[in-house]
Design a protein around this ligand. Structure first.
Ligand SMILES: C[S@@+](CC[C@H](N)C(=O)[O-])C[C@H]1O[C@@H](n2cnc3c(N)ncnc32)[C@H](O)[C@@H]1O
Length: 258
């Protein structure tokens, strides 16, 4: 075991939420993030129907099941296979949450429109702050779009976002579709992590505006930010640029490739 691995094992041993999750048979320490978010914002209630985007290994599925109880219903989606949970009212689909056919599969399983959409999905981390920020925004904007297509009017939304220059613009976009938008970092989220949670309370029923002038929606015009950005010099260049320039640069790179 290398030095770095040893440090990681030691850190985990001393991690309060990791130990708590292990003791209580929760599949991830993230379970506590959802409990804390729910305590503060009252997002999920007993008997609710919930969709969990990016749900593996299933910690949020377990937390949501604890909250909705026997008479609620939860469908999760993840690229990874999720080991089934011992409850009839929790189902996980293997697939890409950004793909129409997977969302349709989820929709077909639901007994009614969801009351809550939760999304803790993480993109592949490159280690370049701005690139990870854009990757995260691509996923979270797809999640917001899904929320506006699926949610009951008055329904709630929570999504993990990696911070960066466009963060406030994302919150602004969420506030267009919900009566109230909040940002928060639950206690169980590590201080050093770039993640923040954005909450949308009470969906106003608006259809997602693909022609919006928001720079966030414009991100969807491009193909997902890519494995293409692998050259170290380009990474360095991108991490120095501001987000507008970065998006322009990514688009330019792509148009050259196409
Ligand atoms: C931090 S984990 C989620 C942890 C989960 N909330 C829990 O408590 O167990 C992030 C997940 O997002 C998933 N993910 C990332 N991109 C995705 C995509 N496009 N479609 C579905 N899942 C995705 C990853 O496979 C990963 O399992």
């Amino acid at each position: 075991m290398g030095k770095k691995d040893k440090r990681w094992v030691l850190q985990r041993k001393n991690d309060h939420y990791y130990n708590l999750a292990k003791r209580r048979n929760y599949r991830s320490r993230a379970t506590y993030k959802l409990f804390q978010l729910n305590e503060k914002f009252n997002l999920i209630k007993e008997r609710n129907v919930v969709v969990d985007l990016g749900c593996a290994p299933g910690g949020w599925l377990q937390a949501a099941r604890d909250i909705v109880g026997d008479n609620g219903f939860i469908v999760g989606i993840d690229l990874q296979t999720v080991k089934p949970l011992p409850h009839d009212n929790v189902i996980a689909i293997k697939g890409d949450m950004t793909k129409e056919e997977i969302l349709k599969q989820a929709k077909d399983l639901l007994p009614e429109k969801p009351d809550v959409i939760i999304c803790d999905a993480s993109p592949n981390i490159s280690g370049v702050w701005d690139v990870d920020h854009v990757r995260s925004l691509e996923l979270t904007t797809m999640a917001l779009m899904t929320a506006t297509k699926m949610l009951k009017k008055g329904g709630n939304f929570v999504v993990k976002v990696f911070q960066g220059d466009l963060f406030e613009k994302y919150v602004q976009l969420v506030s267009e579709y919900f009566d109230k938008a909040f940002t928060t970092k639950p206690r169980a989220s590590r201080d050093e992590s770039a993640e923040v949670y954005v909450i949308g309370k009470r969906f106003n029923g608006r259809k997602f505006d693909m022609n919006s002038k928001s720079p966030i929606v414009k991100l969807l015009d491009t193909k997902p930010v890519e494995e293409e950005i692998t050259s170290p010099s380009l990474r360095k260049e991108i991490s120095k640029e501001d987000s507008g320039l970065m998006i322009k640069r990514i688009k330019e790179m792509r148009s050259k490739k196409e």
